[in-house]
Design a protein around this ligand. Structure first.
Ligand code: HEM
Length: 144
């Protein structure tokens, strides 16, 4: 066994999971507010800087969060397993989060879709909702 539930390696992974969650979710909710303020006070160029910065941070953070989360399950001595609904549903919602982030905030090295501004607004709303669902699932841990 490489590590046990709540051993030092487990806790380090937990820290990685939580740090990337904080940065990714924080950015997802704050970036739209900053983008609007940037456009109003300094125009489209500054709005683009905000959106580009958000794009280069958000997707990698959600990717790392999910990989670290999966590894936590593996290292948890069967306390957690993918039969538990919070993790099976959470895994699916995480994939949705990645697709939505790639559509609304694509990092410079990942341009999978071309999405118009109107559609981005709607998909951004679904992204926020998915993140809220994810936080509820992770907190309540239904099915443990
Ligand atoms: C955007 C995606 C995600 C968000 C926002 C998120 C958020 C969180 C939060 C806030 C916690 C702390 C809850 C607590 O410890 O009581 C947590 C814990 C946890 N997450 Fe995630 N998570 C995400 C993705 C994932 C994925 C994809 C997995 C697994 C496949 C996962 C597995 C876990 C596990 C196992 C814990 C519990 C660790 C422990 O309490 O020892 N997470 N997550």
């Amino acid at each position: 066994m490489i590590a046990a539930f709540q051993s030092t390696p487990y806790n380090i992974l937990y820290l990685v999971h939580m740090s990337s969650v904080v940065l990714g979710v924080g950015m997802a909710f704050i970036a739209p507010i900053m983008a609007v303020r940037a456009r109003r006070s300094a125009g489209q160029a500054l709005e683009e800087v905000v959106n580009e910065t958000a794009s280069n941070i958000m997707f990698p953070m959600f990717l790392v969060a999910g990989i670290a989360g999966g590894a936590l399950v593996g290292l948890s001595d069967d306390v957690y397993d993918f039969q538990q609904s919070w993790l099976s549903v959470g895994g699916a919602v995480w994939m949705l989060v990645l697709v939505l982030t790639a559509a609304v905030y694509p990092p410079s090295w990942l341009r999978l879709f071309t999405v118009g501004d109107n559609r981005k607004q709607m998909l951004g709303g679904i992204l926020h909702l998915s993140l809220a669902v994810m936080l509820v699932l992770m907190t309540w841990k239904f099915g443990v």
